[in-house]
Design a protein around this ligand. Structure first.
Ligand SMILES: [Zn+2]
Length: 302
């Protein structure tokens, strides 16, 4: 064979093998299907472009009251890994049930978090809103790193590196939150919103919390609005001389507005609790939603 012909053959072989490698990596992209916008954001930060990250809830949807659709079953069936919050945030365990039906491995992000227990009429419930503390968010991140590394051990070092960089950002966020919230006098550190989403946040940053809605917006035990809770909130606003209360982006603001009118305080805005903001908003990431919340809280209460 002539030298020139040999070079042509080699070139063609290289092209073919490149195409094959390209197709292989394209075909082998792992899929993570997540329940909430926050755990999807953490997962994206960890896997970069190696995985396709899908999220069942869209921004603004309530995980407590969500009802699954046929499309969700498909999203779970196609996934290599399921990422959920846990502790009944996904009302009546809808994400776990979908994962079990499809026999998929699951990362439960709250694993290893020290839970706050809510007691309601003799029933104890683990408060699921742990991600609203950046310290707990770091535990979520490490659980996801472990989960994706088990499915794709070849890139474990990469996932750990992205995870640790993100944890460093969470630490910076935590220090910034502390500094900002210090602008609010101690006597004014009372956070009142629709439901008990902010207990971890309040415990970490020295706030008292109150809500008319209980631990969930759904119909689980110990959840929901009662006349007694509503009255307690109005009393708290008056006795602490609270300047402002907050609505939440995933729930109807009507009740909080009524309470504000009854108690004679203003509504300072809408907090991101169970969902991040939509694409293109300042709260479209976890870091962004925490920043927007803190700015709103400081402006409302200082
Ligand atoms: Zn909630």
């Amino acid at each position: 064979m002539l030298r020139r012909d040999l070079l042509v053959v080699l070139f063609v072989l290289m092209m073919v093998s490149n195409v094959a490698v390209g197709q292989e990596s394209e075909a082998k992209k792992f899929i993570a299907t997540c329940s909430t916008t926050q755990v999807a954001d953490f997962t994206r930060e960890i896997v970069g472009d190696r995985w396709e990250v899908r999220c069942i809830l869209v921004p603004g949807q309530d995980p407590h009251t969500y009802e699954t659709k046929p499309g969700d079953t498909k999203m779970v069936a196609e996934a290599d890994l399921i990422v959920r919050n846990g502790w009944h945030l996904e009302g009546h365990e809808w994400m776990m049930n979908l994962a079990k039906d499809a026999n998929k491995p699951v990362v439960t992000c709250v694993d290893g978090v020290k839970s706050l227990i809510l007691e309601e009429g003799g029933v104890e419930v683990q408060d699921p809103h742990a991600w609203l503390s950046p310290i707990n968010a770091a535990i979520y991140v490490r659980n996801i790193v472990k989960g994706v590394s088990q499915i794709d051990p070849k890139h474990r070092i990469e996932y750990e590196a992205r995870g640790e960089l993100y944890v460093a950002q969470l630490r910076t966020l935590h220090l910034w939150v502390q500094r900002e919230l210090n602008k609010i006098p101690r006597s004014q550190r009372v956070l009142i919103s629709h439901h008990d989403a902010f207990s971890y946040f309040c415990t970490l940053y020295g706030f008292a919390a109150a809500s008319p809605g209980g631990w969930s917006t759904g119909d689980e035990i110990g959840a929901g609005i009662t006349a007694e809770r509503r009255q307690k909130v109005v009393d708290s606003i008056r006795s602490y001389n609270v300047k402002a209360i907050f609505v939440e982006t995933t729930v109807n603001p009507k009740l909080v507005r009524q309470i504000a009118a009854d108690a004679g305080v203003k509504v300072a805005g809408s907090l991101y609790a169970d969902s991040m903001g939509g694409p293109g908003t300042a709260a479209e990431s976890y870091l962004g939603m925490m920043r927007e919340n803190v700015i709103l809280i400081v402006n409302g209460l200082k």
